[in-house]
Design a protein around this ligand. Sequence first.
Ligand code: PEP
Ligand code: MN
Length: 262
Amino acid sequence: VNRISHPINSIINVGRNTIGGKEIAIMAGPCSVESEEQIVNIAEKLKTSGAGFLRGGIFKPRTSPYSFQGLGETGLEMLKIAREKTGLPIVTELMSLDYLDKFIENVDVIQIGARNMQNYPLLKELGKIKKPVLLKRGMSATIEEFLMAAEYIMLEGNENVVLCERGIRTFERYTRNTLDLSAVPIIKKLSHLPVIVDPSHASGLWWLVEPLSKAAIAAGADGLIIEVHNDPINAKCDGEQSITPDRFQKLMKDLKAIAKLE
Ligand code: PEP
Ligand code: MN
């Protein structure tokens, strides 16, 4: 991942889309896939607003085992229908190697969540494939630990790694996490890998998503991953940090003023 041995920025190709190129990559969608109607409806609106990728969790790493755990393989079929209808590539989290083959076959970008950033057996297996991996920063991981986790994947041969700053744990409790915006230029200085920002998990508050998204792009992030829900109050997961498709559309317009978007 070291810039010294690899001075040119990596560009990750996902179908016709890129991450790390001139254009900002925007991934958006609900925390969890809840139904076919929900994911197709949101995906169509995101597409109209200019998003490049559809996110949606089907295996959810919830703090409480009593919380909604995701629709699993049924949810994957719904994501595929949404992709078919909109053309948006799908980004979804893999938690267990049991589903690796299914993900290689069906998913466009494999997300590794903050809680698995240092799951080394998982990272090593992801290194043996070619599929792009979106690696999220562990909530207590230093930048060095984060880059070393990416190194685990790349050492095995998979160079298609995208890093995601999603907030770290600090003493501050007003926000769910603290967005470490300085990680963006620091990682860009140290590494050739693309870096995106998740303002939703970083803040935990929907009204902070807009200012943090703008700040992330201004700081040099290669993209954003944003939680968007059609009915945030009734969302099965992370409604309080989800913006509506209307707000997302406005955000996309505002972002166009500070960055080049598709
Ligand atoms: C998510 O993106 O839905 C998620 C669970 O994020 P993180 O792993 O950053 O907590
Ligand atoms: Mn979430």
